[in-house]
Ligand binder design. Structure first.
Ligand SMILES: [Fe+2]
Ligand SMILES: [Fe+2]
Length: 186
């Protein structure tokens, strides 16, 4: 059975919460926190950009335009919260406050999309448009990640959680590229 759009965005939302929580680790060093922030920046930007691009095709459906506009507005709020966090000193009081704020925004965004946006798309979008959404989102997300890769790979062997999140994401992306290549062949 084909992967559903909801399953893909839910998985990203869960990963993002884990990565955002690493920013609040009280014993992490500034370098480790910067590494965690890099993971959040990549994951959140690729997720939001991919959603904005694939959801654009539903804007002309009158029953969905408000939900799509709401998703876009929440992405803009997250982007500005991320910019504020990038300029804070890792581990400082303002870092923690801004990281908490960003995590709250992403949590609210996830609930909004999972409870209202995706059910709305299922109900009001043409069936073939909804079915094509998962593949379009997965492709766009990978394209965004490829464009966003940091110039030098970051590696923190002393932080197993960071390594684990990165490894899980890398393995998953290789698997998704293979699945898409297979789908094109068949
Ligand atoms: Fe979103
Ligand atoms: Fe999302």
């Amino acid at each position: 059975m084909a992967t559903d759009f909801l399953a893909l965005v839910q998985r990203d939302h869960v990963d993002l919460q884990k990565e955002l929580t690493l920013l609040l680790d009280p014993i992490a060093s500034p370098a480790e926190l910067r590494g965690s922030l890099d993971g959040v920046r990549l994951g959140l930007t690729a997720h939001a950009e991919a959603e904005d691009i694939v959801l654009g095709r539903f804007e002309s459906i009158s029953l969905l335009d408000a939900l799509v506009a709401q998703a876009r507005a929440s992405h803009l709020a997250q982007e500005s919260a991320l910019s504020a966090l990038v300029s804070a000193r890792p581990g400082s009081a303002s870092w923690r406050e801004r990281a908490c704020h960003l995590r709250d925004l992403v949590r609210h965004h996830a609930a909004q999309e999972e409870q209202y946006l995706v059910p709305g798309l299922r109900r009001h979008a043409p069936r073939e448009m909804y079915t094509a959404l998962a593949g379009a989102f997965a492709t766009e997300r990978l394209r965004q990640l490829a464009m966003l890769q940091p110039s030098a790979p970051l590696y923190f062997p002393e932080v197993p959680e960071v390594r684990e999140v990165r490894e899980v994401r890398e393995v998953r992306e290789v698997r998704e590229i293979r699945m898409m290549a297979d789908a094109r062949v068949s």
